[in-house]
Design a protein around this ligand. Structure first.
Ligand code: BG6
Length: 487
């Protein structure tokens, strides 16, 4: 058998994308609560508003009502045989404004009940502390992680969670896809808000702000790792990297070097998390760009003492990049250098489907860090077609089965042939939820269908898709049976 006996099979969600109840139980407003709905078909991007404005459409306010339905939802996950369930703790349920002195007991209680419910079925909670949902007050009042005080606010939040959930949560992660900002800062303020929760004004040097606020997040993460080890020595805490392989568009040496430099730029974060110091290529870049010294001498010690226990990462697609001479010999990389890889198909959202790339990524991490890994997101967003003509399922999502089984096969090869150490696989997302990038309901990932759509029609009832039965068998066979075997 390729996978270890205690392999953590499961699925992953994030609080802001499915809990709803945005203002219940004393919860404060998060940055996700001020993001409007977008639409892939209409090419309408999400917008960020200055606070919650009446009349705007904020899909994260409702999510899929998990806050009220979690018992039934966890029961469905248990029916599939889940060993692990990854979700996040909404920071604003615990510290509604982020800078509050005391935590909000009602918020803490909610997660107590949720984790107890998971354990009832032998499901291990895998918990992200910050998943694109910083308190809006911190973004507004302090300009998010541009201000070092947010380091302390985050560590206070993390420490409260470690103490409260000691014995209930064994696997933690600090910042979700901390590295997304490496390229998204080039796409404008909206993304900065989602990642580092930094509000950008006209004329700001966004790249500088990205590096500086990301540095403060890295320091906050290292301090949280240290606190976690002190508070609960049995827990393991990792980072979370949004990992998409970057290939050269051709064997032309410039393209090859450009791809390597893109990997530097997009993934230096994991080098800091795992090795405890910045790689030289980034320090050289700071020097070249004349950035002030935001890495304080005491930060170096903190980073060195707060290296992660494992590497959590998401994988959805790969990219190819072409050298355009835009940045000369520095080979800095920009999103605009991406080119379409003709060998790969794309999803309806233009995401390139590349199962083998997952094996490449597992090897990339393992070769560098030799730390255990967990694939904490991998999934297929699609327009599902509802049917009431089958007695078992409401969606025939064979395309989702095809996507996931091909990726699981690739990760199995990485374990079998390459010997990487893999702790688990939590696909994204077992239940249909609100999309993070577009704010849509119609981009569906789940094994469980949620009766709700972009136009706000539906009663939120849950129903099984064909993939539900498929995954159940994958888990039961510990990843040995990847074909659909029936109901
Ligand atoms: C990851 C995020 O980037 O991708 C999730 O961690 C997100 O929050 C997932 O939902 C899929 O992206 P999207 O935009 O399709 O929801």
């Amino acid at each position: 058998m390729a996978f270890r006996k205690d392999f953590l099979w499961g699925g992953a969600c994030a609080a802001h994308q499915f809990e709803g109840a945005w203002n219940e139980g004393g919860k404060g407003i998060s940055v996700a609560d001020v993001m409007t709905a977008g639409d892939n078909v209409l090419k309408k991007p999400r917008r960020i508003t200055d606070g919650v404005i009446p009349g705007e459409d904020y899909p994260n306010h409702l999510g899929v009502d998990f806050y009220h339905r979690y018992k039934d939802d966890i029961a469905l996950l248990a029916e599939m045989g889940f060993k692990a369930f990854r979700t996040s703790i909404a920071w604003t349920r615990i510290f509604p404004n982020g800078d509050d002195e005391e935590p909000n007991e009602a918020g803490l209680k909610f997660y107590d009940s949720l984790f107890d419910e998971c354990h009832k079925y032998g499901i291990e909670p895998v918990i992200t502390l910050s998943h694109f949902e910083m308190p809006f007050n911190l973004a507004k009042k302090y300009n998010g992680f541009m201000d070092r005080r947010c380091i302390d606010f985050f560590v206070r939040f993390a420490s409260v969670c470690f103490k409260r959930y000691k014995g209930k949560v064994k696997y933690w992660m600090t910042f979700n896809e901390i590295n997304n900002q490496a390229e998204l800062h080039q796409m404008g303020p909206h993304h900065m808000v989602q990642e580092g929760a930094v509000l950008v004004q006209e004329g700001d040097d966004i790249e500088y702000m990205m590096y500086k606020s990301a540095h403060h997040e890295l320091v906050a993460s290292a301090l949280a790792v240290k606190a976690c080890h002190e508070i609960d020595p049995d827990a393991r805490i990792g980072c979370m990297i949004g990992m998409n392989a970057v290939y050269p568009a051709s064997p032309k040496p410039e393209d090859v070097l450009n791809a390597q430099q893109a990997m530097h730029q997009k993934y230096y974060y994991v080098e800091v998390h795992a090795r405890g110091h910045y790689p030289n290529h980034i320090l050289k870049k700071f020097e070249r760009k004349g950035y002030d010294r935001f890495i304080l001498p005491e930060d170096e010690k903190i980073l060195a003492e707060g290296t992660v226990d494992y590497i959590g990462f998401s994988y959805y697609m790969s990219h190819s990049t072409k050298y355009t001479e835009r940045f000369g010999r520095s080979f800095d990389f920009s999103e605009e250098d991406y080119v379409r890889n003709e060998h790969l198909k794309v999803s309806d959202w233009g995401w390139q489907i590349d199962p083998l790339g997952l094996r490449w990524c597992l090897n990339w991490f393992w070769d560098r860090f030799e730390k255990p890994m967990m694939i904490v997101e991998n999934g297929f967003g699609a327009y599902d077609k509802y049917t009431d003509e089958n007695e078992y399922y409401v969606v025939d999502d064979q395309y989702r089965i095809d996507y996931l089984s091909a990726h699981i096969a690739a990760m199995k090869e990485a374990v079998e042939y390459d010997g990487v150490e893999l702790l688990g696989y939590t696909m994204w997302a077992p239940i249909d939820i609100v999309s993070a990038s577009t704010g849509e309901y119609d981009k569906r990932y789940g094994f469980i269908y949620v009766n709700y759509s972009n136009d706000h029609k539906g009663d939120m009832s849950r129903a099984r898709k064909k993939s539900f039965y498929w995954y159940k068998n994958v888990i039961a066979s510990n990843g040995e049976e990847l074909e659909f075997k029936g109901f």
